[in-house]
Write a protein that binds this ligand. Structure first.
Ligand code: MG
Length: 378
């Protein structure tokens, strides 16, 4: 493992926390961010939130929590290989999905639609809101008071309108600057993780077949190699063996390609990284094409699968009903939210409450508020 390189995030150069705090005696600042994320309520809820499959569909599918752990595993491996800050990478990876609603993207789209007249809803922005405002754990400040660098990594995308309202953390979206390398790495680690684990989950669920998967070059190449080496392997182990080789291939390419770019550009600090025209962390064109193709394949064959779409329809109906019931009667929410709804922007408080729900809780709230008018997900 290499030591921290000059282009990595160095604690001494950190742009700091929103509320000043004394340093911890035995931990670095980015380690402390990671620890705060692990101890947060939002992080614990991820275990009961959908990745692709609703949590009650089976115990073996990825949830947002196991997804986040896989993202962090990939991110940390690459960070160590390239001399990036491992703790910062880990903190960003573990926090990147904290703002996700129940029922995955279906939930986010439904909540966004409900919020059209009230400023919209972006899960990514919500992740930042969770760590900046909504976690209520510390006596001296709201949120987790994380460092600028961790927050910069959590906010992956942002509309210009929202960026203007966010102040310093939103500035790079207006100035077209890059985030630090650890943030770039967490972003691509997310894609690598879901592209691979969704193949596993989709196959396990019987929604993707081996024949279909072999249409994809990334899968098919590894399939041929594994078949040649182990012709007798049964399907489950075959798939797993292919997936682990696919991850290995993509991650190796990511490390090598990023090393080449770093060698070429020679950024001497995180600020040097931030002023680059494009992201430095990335895949070679060849692997990137195959990786994107697999992403498109999953979109078409798994995320748009009739069985998944049925779940999407039910999730939308459920979020819409919850939103309108809480808007009509904020007292249906717990006291702290009902009080906030009286003081603050009511729709935003309702969105915060819904976004924080686990799949299971949203289902039971829907049942309670829909009073005998038919339960969903049965
Ligand atoms: Mg993710």
């Amino acid at each position: 493992m290499d030591a921290l390189k000059p282009y990595a995030a160095h604690e001494e150069q950190s742009l700091g926390r929103r509320y000043e705090e004394e340093k911890a005696p035995y931990r670095g600042e980015f380690q402390r961010d990671r620890d705060r994320i692990i101890h947060s309520t939002g992080f614990r809820r991820l275990v009961y939130k959908t990745q692709v499959f609703v949590n009650h569909e089976g115990d073996l599918y990825r949830t947002r929590l196991t997804h986040s752990l896989e993202v962090s595993q990939i991110g940390r491996t690459v960070a160590c290989a390239l001399g990036f800050n491992e703790s910062l990478t880990e903190a960003i990876c573990l926090a990147h999905d904290l703002g996700h609603t129940p029922f995955g993207h279906a939930g986010q789209d439904a909540l966004n639609a409900c919020m059209t007249d009230y400023g919209g809803f972006e899960h990514n922005l919500q992740s930042l809101r969770v760590v900046d405002e909504l976690e209520a754990k510390y006596a001296n400040f709201p949120g987790l008071n994380l460092t600028y660098e961790t927050r910069e990594g959590i906010l992956k995308h942002c509309s210009k309108k929202n960026a203007r309202e966010l102040g310093r953390i939103g500035k790079r979206f207006l100035e077209r600057k890059q985030p630090g390398l650890e943030a770039q790495l967490a972003d691509i680690s997310d894609t690598i993780a879901y592209n691979n684990h969704d193949v596993d989950d989709g196959f396990r669920a019987g929604l993707l077949s081996l024949e279909q998967l072999c249409e994809e070059p990334l899968f098919d190449e590894q399939y041929s190699i594994v078949q040649a080496e182990h012709p007798e392997l049964e399907d489950r182990r075959l798939i797993y063996e292919i997936i682990r080789r696919m991850i290995n291939l993509v991650v190796t390419d990511l490390i090598e390609q990023t090393a080449l770019r770093l060698d070429d550009l020679k950024p001497s600090s995180i600020d040097d990284v931030r002023v680059q025209k494009a992201a430095i962390v990335g895949l070679s064109d060849e692997v990137s094409d195959k990786h994107l193709s697999l992403k498109g394949f999953l979109h078409k064959n798994l995320y748009q699968h009739e069985k998944v779409l049925r779940m999407v329809g039910e999730a939308k109906a459920m979020i819409e009903l919850l939103f309108s019931r809480y808007m009509d009667d904020p007292q249906q929410m717990p006291a702290e939210f009902a009080q906030r709804a009286g003081r603050d922007d009511k729709a935003r408080v309702v969105a915060d409450y819904i976004a924080g729900m686990t799949d299971r809780f949203a289902i039971s709230e829907h049942e309670r508020l829909n009073k005998g008018n038919g339960a969903l997900f049965r």
